[in-house]
Design a protein around this ligand. Sequence first.
Ligand code: CO
Length: 301
Amino acid sequence: MYPDPPFEPIMTELLRPMARRFPGIETLEGAGVRLRRAFGQREVPLLDPFLLLDHFGSDDPADYMAGFPWHPHRGIETVTYMLEGRVAHGDTLGHEGVIDPGALQWMRAGSGIIHQEMPERSEGRLDGFQLWVNLPAREKMSTPRYQGITPREIPEIELPSGARARVVAGRFAGVEGPVRGIAVDPTYVDLELPPGSTLRIPTVPGYTVVAHVIAGDGRFAPEPAPVSPQGETIHFGPGDAVEVRAGPSGVRFLLAEGRPIGEPVAWHGPIVMNTPAELQEAVRDLRQGGFLRHRQPIYEE
Ligand code: CO
């Protein structure tokens, strides 16, 4: 043990530059859901530990009612965050629930689950996000776990600048989000800045940081960074803080931060492992039975 240093070293904050911008790609997923893939397989391993971000947002039920019928996952975590509308989920062990507007489901597929995610019939808008977070090798075959978080369990704070934050996971402005025990130490925050305001967000050096613009636009780095409009994803370069300046109509965005895993990625559809042999094993398990290694997932709702 070393004693604490007698004084805090004086440090200058290094603002993270905007390293890359992703406009997103229209994608058909599930049984024919029209969605926008903010980033995905072709970005691997740039955004490690994040694998994919899908935004399903439409006023037209024809775009989303097909839903995501029974499908497997192994080796990853899927994080569903709803803004509007409801998604019902069920799994092969008979568990059923509904993800309400403002609610979150953080699911560790681990060794394997088979589930479905179906929009509830509605005339109105369905709007939400699914983020895929990778698992380190030591947790890829772990017991599946669902953490169901209700809207009220997500702390909502207002910062001095007028910014509003919903802290889904991790710690933000001294407030701890409700999601616990995630391998890559993630922070996941839904942030809204009033028009023209500026917010500086400390981030962990060495962690991956991305922002996805939900509404409005803003500058996501020091000047003279270009403006990022709604639907764009920003990947930040190295540094220890992010600076965001809201445009004239304000900006709302998701901020995700996590510790890179740094392991090989072998990806086949909804299964993400470390090696091709592990993918083959998963496909064989699906064909011959034995995909569900743990019969009793952990539900925390
Ligand atoms: Co799924």
